[in-house]
Write a protein that binds this ligand. Structure first.
Ligand code: CTP
Length: 448
């Protein structure tokens, strides 16, 4: 029996896919089709796949050409599959000519002519109009955003707003945007969605105004610094039918998503402790260490450290207390937040003026997961057990600055794929805002 294998994402299943599978089947007696997981697609830079893995598998199955459907979830798997299934022919469309010649060592490699004028990419572009994105703010993070947006299909950064026109002008020139403005009324007419990267205390005002104008909002962390405002924005998002995402990049990167899924799968038993550390030394003259209203370690870095805690232990903590070391101006240069949950603990440790090992440890009743620094750009992690022989390491690519992942999910959610919002829900953002508020109130008490 001659076995043939082929792979693809098979997103928005189209004639090109059908023709490819038909001819692949004709090459032999038994066809194996590998369908890529979302995480694998994301990790190789293929963002914005629309259909879920289950739907894509179902579409392949319905053609009747596949004798077996497998899942492709990591680099290097093709060789493993060819050996495992005793494959004689590997085939793929002619757009890949040359790319898979290295497999000739293991089997015959056939490039089949690609069907003209159709692709998932073109279908995605046709089905969904391009989302016009506007940027509010021109600082460090905003400057990282525009280049990252180039990697996400279906969105175009078109306009920038800054209260100082010259700042907006410089940004627009640098990133070749269509327009710039210091007038919000003009700005709203130019965009469908906004990315807010202005100072913390201005987030709420901009996000509220955007939602009232029915613009989707991707807002830098911390989205807001108190529960009331977070709830108000959530309510406005629901009312306006707009998407509201807090831009914590880690939440959306493929490595972190896999880490959370594995941690929640039960392999390390019940999760009893999460310890997340993020420190980044800043100059005492920096905005972060001189802005006595919203500066400081916890407001700057706390969102990252809170993320794994809320994802793994939930939003219903029973107790919370803080310990901080403060500079002379009262700003916290190092803070530890201690959480008590019904069946566990968590610690978030952040510092702008104290350096520590930036690791994440998730402890369970059967084992633990260690994510080394920089865990917030999750590229690898290890699941460890008492019996070291059972330890397993995972590797997932983190591309560029990582902002492309949140933007990609934001665009997909705008296009109606609301499950994309599950990587960080509004309920979780509200909980984080509540924690920020508790911290700021406890700091005030410490001043008295
Ligand atoms: N394919 C084809 N003819 C097309 C489109 C795809 O023969 N017009 C083949 C590809 O070469 C590959 C398989 O179908 O062997 C699965 O491709 P996939 O990457 O899932 O589809 P594309 O439409 O190329 O997707 P995208 O636009 O996202 O790259």
């Amino acid at each position: 029996m001659k076995k043939v294998i082929t792979y693809g994402s098979f997103d928005l299943f189209h004639d090109g896919h059908y023709n490819l599978l038909k001819r692949a089947k004709e090459l032999g007696d038994y066809l194996i089709v590998g369908v890529t997981t979302e995480q694998y697609d994301e990790s190789r830079g293929k963002l914005n796949v629309v259909d879920s893995l289950m739907d894509r598998i179902e579409h392949v199955r319905r053609t009747g050409f596949a004798d077996e459907i497998i899942i492709e979830d990591h680099k290097g798997q093709k060789v493993e599959d060819i050996l495992k299934y005793h494959v004689e022919i590997f085939t793929v469309g002619s757009d890949w000519i040359g790319t898979f010649d290295f497999l000739k060592e293991y089997c015959e490699v056939v490039y089949l002519d690609r069907t003209k004028d159709i692709s998932s990419t073109s279908l995605r572009a046709r089905n969904f109009s391009i989302i016009r994105v506007g940027v509010i703010g021109t600082g460090r993070i905003a400057r990282r955003f525009a280049p990252e947006a180039k990697y996400v299909s279906g969105v175009n950064v078109e306009c920038v707003y800054h209260p100082t026109k010259e700042n907006a002008h410089v940004y627009a020139e640098k990133f070749e945007l269509k327009s710039y403005t210091d007038d919000l009324a003009t700005f709203w007419t130019e965009v469908d969605a906004v990315y807010i990267a202005s100072p913390h205390q201005t987030h709420y005002g901009y996000a509220k105004a955007a939602l009232e104008k029915k613009k989707h909002v991707l807002c830098e962390k911390p989205m807001v610094l108190n529960e009331k405002e977070a709830k108000e924005l959530s309510r406005l998002a629901v009312e306006s039918g707009c998407i509201l995402f807090e831009a914590i990049k880690t939440a959306f990167c493929p490595g972190f998503a896999q880490l959370i899924n594995i941690a929640r799968s039960g392999v390390i038993g019940a999760i009893r402790d999460v310890e997340a550390t993020f420190t980044k030394l800043e100059s005492p003259l920096s905005r972060e260490l001189t802005d006595t209203v919203t500066g400081g370690s916890f407001t700057e870095l706390g969102s990252y450290a809170l993320l794994p805690i809320v994802k793994l232990l939930g939003t219903n903590y029973q107790g919370l207390r803080f310990e901080s070391i403060r500079a002379d101006n009262g700003i916290d240069i190092y803070t530890k937040a201690y959480f008590n949950y019904l069946n566990g603990f968590a610690t978030a440790k952040v510092g702008l003026g104290v350096k520590s090992e930036g690791q994440l440890v998730i402890s369970g009743t059967k084992g633990y997961i260690l994510v080394a620094a920089p865990w917030w750009k999750t590229e690898s992690f290890e699941v460890r057990f008492e019996d070291e022989a059972l330890n397993e390491r995972y590797f997932v690519k983190f591309m560029g600055e990582g902002l492309r992942y949140e933007l990609s999910d934001f665009a997909a959610a705008i296009n109606g794929h609301t499950h994309k919002g599950l990587k960080l829900t509004l309920e979780e953002s509200v909980m984080m805002a509540t924690v920020m508020e508790t911290f700021m109130l406890s700091s005030k008490k410490a001043d008295i």
